[in-house]
Design a protein around this ligand. Structure first.
Ligand code: 6GU
Length: 266
């Protein structure tokens, strides 16, 4: 996979040399390049922003500079603007990035991250590339405000990179994790020592009884999700729940909705 990140603070992305993403680059699974947006400016002051039309606070990033930059990195990735290129514009006004986005982006040929600063990038940039047939995603990483798209890009690149085939040592570790297909948070995990700070391991995990362990873990996942993420309980597919699940959920105050869809509070 080819990944290009364009930013006025390319050093912000230097952590991509480390850890799993760094290893993927060394192993040739990921061709990741970070670019300085100012390399595409033509004026003496290397200007990337200007005042907003219509007035208001702050500065807006110029579409002409971004257009030069994005044209060049899109061409560099695939020879032409191929079907496989996705332009990602991190912005707090975007759709919220989820594991589903990560899964879908993991099979792309090229990802281009356009990191905005100030009050954001002139809206014509996303519009132009959409019209030109590039898949454009304006994505937020959550309901809070950052100073720019760099940290959000790091988050999305890590979430996508670990799903590239051959990246994670044991692919089983991707199966049961939180935000997987089950739509539940992960159950709590424990390791040695069996007794620590006066706290013991739940007895069932020492029993060797695999069916009981599986049931206990599922119950824990359901309880945790109900306590921490009621929105995920509401979205559960009732058809994917067994009798045990429904009994536990009823005890926690959740029952199947009248329309046969998700769950609702009793
Ligand atoms: Cl993608 N950008 C900025 N600037 N702030 C954010 C964000 C993105 N996602 C959440 N907050």
């Amino acid at each position: 996979m080819r990944v290009d990140v364009v930013s006025i603070f390319p050093d912000y992305l230097s952590v991509l040399d480390l850890s799993l993403v760094g290893k993927a680059r060394q192993r040739g699974l990921l061709d990741l390049r970070v670019h300085d947006l100012r390399d595409w400016t033509t004026d003496r002051h290397r200007t990337v922003d200007d005042t907003p039309f219509g007035g208001g606070a702050g500065m807006v990033m110029r579409p002409d500079v971004w257009g030069q930059a994005i044209d060049e990195v899109l061409g560099a990735g695939t020879g032409t603007r191929s079907e496989g290129a996705h332009l990602i514009v991190p912005t707090p006004s975007g759709e919220v990035f989820t594991q589903r986005h990560a899964e879908s982006l993991a099979s792309a040929e090229q990802l281009v991250f356009a990191c905005g600063r100030y009050e954001g990038i002139d809206a014509r940039v996303a519009e132009h590339y959409r019209s030109a047939g590039v898949t454009v995603h304006e994505l937020s990483i959550g309901d809070y405000v950052l100073n720019g798209g760099e940290v959000a890009s790091l988050v999305m690149i890590e979430a996508v990179a670990r799903l590239i085939p051959g990246m994670v040592g044991n692919p089983d570790s991707l199966v049961e994790e939180s935000h997987g297909a089950a739509g539940l948070l992960e159950y709590p995990v424990y390791t040695k020592p069996p007794s620590w700070a006066d706290l013991e391991i739940p007895e069932v995990l020492l029993s060797g009884h695999h069916a009981k362990i599986e049931r206990w873990r599922r119950d824990q996942a359901l309880e945790r999700t109900a306590a921490r993420r009621p929105d995920m309980i509401e979205a559960l597919d009732v058809a994917g729940l067994d009798k045990h699940d429904l009994k536990l959920l009823a005890e926690l105050g959740w029952v199947p909705g009248a329309d046969g869809g998700g769950l609702t509070r009793a």
